[in-house]
Structure formats: C-alpha cells, structure tokens
Ligand binder design. Structure first.
Ligand SMILES: *[C@@H]1O[C@H](CO)[C@@H](O)[C@H](O)[C@H]1NC(C)=O
Ligand SMILES: *[C@@H]1O[C@H](CO)[C@@H](O)[C@H](O)[C@H]1NC(C)=O
Ligand SMILES: *[C@@H]1O[C@H](CO)[C@@H](O)[C@H](O)[C@H]1NC(C)=O
Ligand SMILES: *[C@@H]1O[C@H](CO)[C@@H](O)[C@H](O)[C@H]1NC(C)=O
Ligand SMILES: *[C@@H]1O[C@H](CO)[C@@H](O)[C@H](O)[C@H]1NC(C)=O
Ligand SMILES: *[C@@H]1O[C@H](CO)[C@@H](O)[C@H](O)[C@H]1NC(C)=O
Length: 776
C-alpha cells in the first residue's frame, strides 16, 4: 500500500532572468515534529450532502473581499451587494410564508400541550435536537422544531428548546413544575423548570418519512402492462471541453422519444459550439443559447433548472416530457435506459429527491442557511447572518441531483405564492438546489409525491474529496466533491449492488483518469444492446480532450513557440510551420502516459499533427528512506488537482504565472522503525529550490531553525519564458520528446493517437440511425 502523496504548493514569484531551470534539492530534517502533513490539510464533515458547506471563512476576511468588490469598477456587482446588505438590514429576507399546503400539517394541532414531564440530561424526553436560545419562547421553539420536521417540541430551563418525535408519557409530572423559569425571550411566558420539560405539538401529524417512499429496483418486464412510457427531459449541465465523453454519455442515454436540454456554462464557448453542431443533427436536442456562469453552490444553478423547465414547456416539440433528469458531463448511466424508463413510468407522479439522511435540524445548521449569500461576479458572497428564517416553513434537503415530475416542476416555476416566495428566499441561500425542491415539496400538496432517493451513486471519499481550494489563501467556504471512479471503485456500481441500492446513474467519470471505469459503466448500461458497443475498435480505450483551440482561445505565444520547436524536431522535410490550430491531451489507455497532440497548419495550409510527451522530472534514482518511509516518486507540475492527486497542467509547461507543486509519494516500510505518528503519512523533509547558478531561490518551512542532515537527491525542473526564444527552444528540446507525426488528415486518420482517427465509442457524425437504434 502506498501512502497518500504529500503535496507542497506555493505561488512562485521568480524575478530576474527566466527561461532557466530550477534545481530542487531534497534533504531530510533534524526536527521531525515539523511534519509536512501539517500543510496537507482537509476538513471532514460527518455525513454526505452534495458539496456541503463545511467551513466558512472568518467574517473579517469576507469584509475585506467584499470591500474589494465594492471598490471595483463593476457597478452591477456593487449595487447587487449594496442591495443585499440593505435588505439584510431592513429585514426583507424575513418573509411570511403561506400556510403549509401539505395535508400532514394541522394548524389546530400546533401548540397543543402534551403536559409537563420529568427530564434528565442523561436521558432526554425529546431526543431529536437541542437548541439553546438567548431569546427562547414557545413560538420560537415551535417554529424551529416544525422547520426540522419534528412532531413535538419542549421548553425547559428558560433557554432550552428540544425537538423530537416521541417521549415517554409515564414521566408526566405536575404542571407547576414547568412554570419555574421565565422564557429567556419573554418574561411573560414560562419555559419549563429544572429537569422539567413542557412538551407541545408542532402541528405535524405524522413523520415526514412516512409520507414518502423509498425507491425499489423494478424489472423492465413490469413495463409491459403500461401502454405508454415516461418521456424524459435530460438536462445536461456541461462544463469543460471533454466533447468525446459527453458524446459517449449521449449515445448511451439517447432515444428519439426523449428530450435533451443542454446548458453550457457561459465561459465554455468551445463546448457550446460543439453542442450546437450536434443540435443541427438531432431534432430533440436543444442548446440553451445563453448559458449562465454556473458556479459552485451558486444561486444560478437553480435558475438554470428553472430556465430548462420554462423553456422546454414553451417549445411545442419539447413540451411533452414527464420527468426531468439532471446530469453533468461527468455522469454516466449504470443501468439501461429501458430500466430508467420503467422506474419513472411506474412511479409516475412522484419526484425523486434524495434526503440528507440525518437529523434535519443539524442539516439546517450545517448547510449555511443561517447566512445570507449573494451571487455576483461569479461568486457567492456571504453578506451576513440571517436574523430569522420565515416562520411556518418546513425545511428539507439532501442532494442536488434531482429527478422532477413535470407537474411538480411546473408548480416550482409558477407564480403561486409558495414557489414564488421560495424562489426569492433561495436566491440568497448557498447550494440552493440541495434544498429548494425538497422544501417546496415538504410545504405543498406534493409532500407525499416524493421518492426519497435520486437513483444515483456518488463516489464520495471525504478524506480526499473535502478540502479548501487553498490553505493560506482566503476562501469563502470549503466543500466536498466526489471522486472519479477508477478500477478500485467500480465495484460500487456492479449490477447486483446497483439493483439493491437502486442506482441508475453514477458520478464522477473522467476518461483522462480512468477510461476503463467508463467502459464498465457503459457495458452495464448497454447490456441489453451490447452489440452496439464497438469494443473491438482500436480506439476503444483512447481519450482525447481539447486543451487549446486557436479559433476560440486566441493566439498563444508560448504554445506556438512550443509547437514550432516540436515541428522542427519532426523533420518534415520541405514543410514549414504556419500556425498552431489546437492542442489535445491524449491517453492511449488508462495506464498510459498523458501525451499531447498538436494540430498544425503549414505555411501552405496543409494540416499535420504531432504527438509529443513531456519528459518528466526524473524520479530520484535510488529511492531514499527517511525515518521508516521510502520515497517512491516525486513529480512537479502546475494546476494540481488535490482531489484526484494529478496535475491538470497536462502540458507540463510552467512559467512565471504558474504555481508549481511538488508531489511526493511515500510508502511506509513495515519492517523499519519510525517516529512518525500513525495519523501522518510522510516523514519530514526539507525542499530547497535553487536557480541554475546554485543560489537558493525559495525555501520551504522554518529553515532558519533547521539544517539538512542528509541529502536525498536533486533534480531540475524547467521554467519557461517565451521572451527569450533561444533559451525557450533549448528547454523544449530538453524537456519534450516528439513521439510521432503525421502529415495529412488522410495519413493521420490511420494513427491511433491522431484526432482524425475514428472513435466509434464517441463519434456522432451522422445522427440517429433508426435501423440500429443508436447514434452514429
Ligand atoms: C428594504 O430594502 C430594499 C432594497 O433596498 C427596498 O427595496 C425595500 O423597500 C426595503 N424595505 C423596507 C421595509 O424598508
Ligand atoms: C420573570 O418575569 C416576571 C414578570 O412576568 C418578573 O417579575 C420576574 O422578575 C422574572 N424573573 C426573573 C428571574 O427574571
Ligand atoms: C417540430 O418537429 C417537427 C417534426 O419533428 C419539425 O418539422 C418542426 O420543425 C419542429 N418544430 C420546431 C419548432 O422545432
Ligand atoms: C444538476 O447537476 C449539476 C452537476 O452538473 C449540479 O451542480 C446541479 O446542482 C444540479 N442541479 C439540479 C437542479 O439538480
Ligand atoms: C482496452 O482495455 C481493456 C482493459 O484495460 C483490455 O482488456 C482491452 O483489450 C483493450 N482494448 C483494446 C482495443 O485495446
Ligand atoms: C496525531 O496523533 C498524535 C499522537 O499520535 C496526536 O497528538 C495528534 O493530535 C494527532 N493529530 C491529529 C490531527 O489527529
């Protein structure tokens, strides 16, 4: 077992001559208690809730940032923030909500006294949740317990408020025992006694869990009895540039009977243009012309779904869907389309909303509902504390991967009082989609039209998935994201398990990380049509992802110079370099190196392609052992993905704008002694950066206190500078290897690595083939 890699990262601001190599020296330290793990930092939360807020930044920092936006020139952002701050002060976030439309609520039950009961801290009568309010009143306690879905609330000891679903009636005591303390929020009211709780009903008739049902796997045969199948609106929220994976996903979920609404993040114009090309070939695929900038946790995510509902129900050809299923570019089905159709058809009328699965009162606290957020400048700003939530509102939540029935979806965008007020309220809530639909259902006549599950498997690994974007740097909050499936985790969705746990879709998948995991999901999802899968094609295991496209990204000096040098290495005779068209990251199979495919136009307009690979910083030849740990590998790169522990800077190109990171992988030697505590995964070492002249450039750690006792090794890493062409070219020659080239689209279409090579698992060249029943 290899230990977790340790990541070191700092922004490198080098001055002086660039285009030089930096030498990195590793040495072990005398002081072991300064362990590198201290900077390898993550925060864990106890229970999954998609991308939950787990940490909020200190208030002062927020004000600093807020100030910087206010100082900025963007008038719109300024006024949005001012408006929010103002609304916060004048309290207009504090709406009165209409009376619950759910038949599970009975006003005449709310506040009905159950009596005074003996209560002890070691054995509480109401075990659901405890609040301590400096301004406690019976009303306040009732609204908090009702909000979290409890049947009873009780006040005690002046300030205490308890919620729960049952209590032990045999402990009833005299009423007068509950009249000992004034409520902390109202001297005219009594709030229980010492060890005496005054219990009342919240107004809920039965527990919410009894209104809803859990999903069950349903065999396709059962659909035979039904004359019509549910028609699905797949809402694909796309980001990035991974066209081939998106097309592969589409191929597995496509049917002319369903609808495909594509939302591309506003900033992803490359993806948008490719999706428009597809829309020209598929009549039931609609591309939202004006995408939003969908940001993590942002209010715009909710607007995006609202747009999808509103738009599709107003286009005659798109309006006849029954269910909306939300997907992203990294999702993949693990059950067949026929099975999904069966599940939705037989549950017709119900929406699928996964619950957070634990105490709702805790969920409300952790979810950051207590703060008011404002989205602007592509960021959710926390502008202050919410003084009070609307009274009489049941709150629920869970996952933001939702499956909505059309009736409920239409209600959610309607101008009825509840949805309208909720939409306004949720525009100031972080991660709105994780609770908007749950809350809307819980307070309306749809409360019993819910299946508590979203038919999805999310690959959580809190240890790796939860962290702050950066350690010292200021962040508004931190969150968790699921990991990409790899061969170690695909067992989670194997057929029997998927049926038992009712998973129809899974996330995340990424071809550049593990294309075999996608193949495994696809094989299972297409098992009723496996003849369509082109597993014998040579390109079955390959991945290509666009990295740079001159037509969209504009001219790039450094990429052009890099390509120019590689071009000359290819010795293409009389051809001369004209311009760089695109760069793709290429991986031949899931264990291969990441390589780069450069598409170039010659001066005569001929298209050629080059395959190149960055020669990676040498591993230290003899793997050194430090304090019982062996150093297995060391790599340096930019754009570290902490979650997947890879470098997203696939080109290996580093210049003064990058923040290089060193990734060390240590393995514990079980037969050696160590002084490292078990909760650390690495020994302490020192890292020194030197420039070519041997001068220390940057050092990490409290180096004045430490001295290197043993040199572990050293290696060089390039820092490119396109302004010094000669040096630049030399460094390209030294750090990149030209692997292959092809000099026309016809020739290239015979090279597996080329972007011209046919890729039947992803290609959608013609459209829907009715005879095959598949996109080709
Ligand atoms: C609260 O502030 C908003 C935004 O400036 C304003 O439109 C509204 O009229 C104010 N409400 C009250 C009650 O002052
Ligand atoms: C409780 O409230 C009454 C008025 O209702 C007041 O006279 C009394 O002083 C209060 N007790 C305490 C301990 O504050
Ligand atoms: C609706 O579909 C029909 C046939 O599929 C097509 O002829 C028509 O142009 C479509 N209308 C719109 C508004 O897309
Ligand atoms: C839809 O999926 C995306 C992931 O791509 C997610 O971020 C978003 O919150 C989801 N929205 C809804 C309404 O489920
Ligand atoms: C693709 O990869 C799988 C497993 O990694 C292997 O069994 C299969 O032969 C490969 N297919 C091709 C066409 O290379
Ligand atoms: C790691 O373990 C040591 C003792 O072995 C303990 O003192 C320390 O608090 C632990 N740190 C963390 C973060 O758990």
């Amino acid at each position: 077992m290899l230990g977790t890699p340790v990541l070191l990262r700092w922004a490198m601001k080098t001055r002086g001559p660039m285009g030089k190599t930096l030498r990195i020296v590793l040495g072990s330290l005398v002081f072991f208690f300064i362990n590198l793990s201290i900077i390898y930092y993550y925060v864990q939360i106890e229970k999954p809730s998609d991308q939950s807020v787990i940490q909020e930044r200190a208030n002062e920092k927020l004000h600093e940032q807020l100030q910087c936006v206010l100082d900025g020139s963007n008038e719109l952002a300024k006024s949005a923030l001012n408006r929010a701050a103002c609304r916060l002060q004048n309290g207009s976030f504090h709406e009165t909500m209409p009376l619950s439309g759910c038949h599970n609520y009975d006003t005449s039950l709310a506040g009905v006294s159950m009596g005074c009961f003996y209560d002890q801290s070691s054995n509480r009568q109401l075990k659901g949740h405890q609040y301590d309010f400096a301004d406690n009143t019976r009303d306040k306690c009732e609204s908090h317990c009702y909000r979290a879905g409890f049947l009873y609330y009780g006040v005690e000891y002046g300030k205490e408020c308890f919620c729960g679903d049952d209590f032990d009636a045999q402990y009833i005591i005299e009423r007068s025992k509950c009249k000992e303390y004034n409520c902390t929020g109202d001297d005219s009211q009594k709030c229980g006694g010492f060890d005496a709780i005054d219990i009342y009903r919240t107004g809920l008739i039965i527990k919410a869990a009894q209104l809803t049902r859990r999903p069950l796997y349903l065999e396709v045969e059962r659909l035979k009895e039904k004359p019509t199948k549910a028609r699905i609106l797949f809402v694909l929220q796309l980001n990035g540039r991974n066209i081939r994976q998106v097309q592969r996903l589409l191929k597995s979920i496509y049917s002319p009977n369903h609808f495909y609404y594509i939302h591309v993040d506003k900033r992803q114009i490359y993806m948008l243009s490719k999706m428009r090309d597809l829309a020209a070939r598929l009549a039931n695929l609609y591309v939202e012309p004006e995408g939003r900038s969908t940001i993590w946790g942002g209010a715009s995510l909710l607007d995006m779904i609202t747009d999808a509902i509103r738009t599709t129900i107003n286009i005659p050809n798109f309006s006849s869907w029954d269910y909306l299923v939300n997907l992203s570019e990294s999702d993949f089905p693990v059950m067949s389309l026929a099975e999904l159709e069966t599940q939705l058809t037989l549950n017709n009328g119900r929406s699928f909303l996964a619950s957070h699965g634990y105490n709702t009162a805790r969920f409300i606290q952790k979810q950051g509902f207590d703060y008011v957020f404002v989205e602007c400048e592509e960021r959710m700003w926390r502008v202050g504390k919410r003084n009070e939530f609307p009274r009489g509102l049941r709150i629920d939540g869970g996952s933001d991967w939702v499956i909505l029935h059309k009736d409920f979806a239409k209600y959610s965008i309607s101008n009825e009082e509840l949805p309208q007020k909720l939409r306004t309220l949720f525009s100031s809530i972080i991660l709105p989609v994780e609770s908007f639909y749950h809350t809307l259902a819980a307070n309306s006549m749809y409360c019993d039209h819910v299946v508590t599950g979203n038919l999805r498997l999310t690959n959580w690994n809190r240890k790796q998935g939860c962290r702050c974007a950066s350690l010292k740097k200021v962040v508004d909050w931190c969150g968790c994201s699921p990991l990409v499936f790899t061969k170690d985790t695909i067992h989670k969705f194997e057929l029997e398990k998927a049926k038992e746990k009712v998973y129809y879709l899974a996330r995340k998948f990424e071809n550049l990380i593990d294309v075999d995991a996608i193949a495994a999901a696809e094989a299972q999802a297409m098992r009723d049509r496996s003849h369509l899968l082109n597993t014998n094609s040579k390109a079955f295991n390959t991945s290509h992802v666009n990295l740079y496209e001159a037509g969209f990204d504009g001219y790039s000096e450094s990429y052009t110079l890099l390509t120019q040098r590689l071009f000359s290495m290819a010795k293409l005779g009389s051809l001369s370099f004209g311009s760089l068209r695109s760069i793709h990251v290429y991986r031949e199979h899931f264990e291969a190196n990441w390589q780069l495919v450069f598409t170039v136009l010659t001066t005569h307009g001929q298209t050629i392609e080059l395959l190149a690979q960055r020669i990676h910083d040498t591993l230290i030849e003899e793997q050194p052992i430090v304090n019982g740990y062996i150093l297995r590998s060391i790599r340096i790169g930019v754009s570290i993905d902490h979650k997947e522990e890879i470098f997203r800077g696939y080109t290996g190109y580093v210049d003064q704008t990058g923040s290089p990171t060193i990734l060390l992988q240590w393995e514990r030697m079980s037969d050696l002694p160590t002084s490292i505590p078990e909760n650390k995964t690495s020994p302490a070492i020192q890292i020194i950066w030197k420039d070519q002249t041997g001068h220390n450039k940057l050092e990490f750690g409290l180096l004045q206190l430490l001295m290197v006792v043993e040199r572990l090794g050293e290696f060089d890493s390039p820092l490119f500078d396109s302004s010094v062409k000669e040096d630049f070219f030399q460094m390209v020659a030294k750090f990149y290897r030209l692997v292959a080239s092809c000099s026309s689209p016809v020739e290239c279409s015979g090279s597996l690595w080329s972007t011209y090579y046919p890729d039947p698992k992803s290609d959608i060249l013609v459209g829907y083939d009715e005879r095959l029943g598949y996109l080709v």
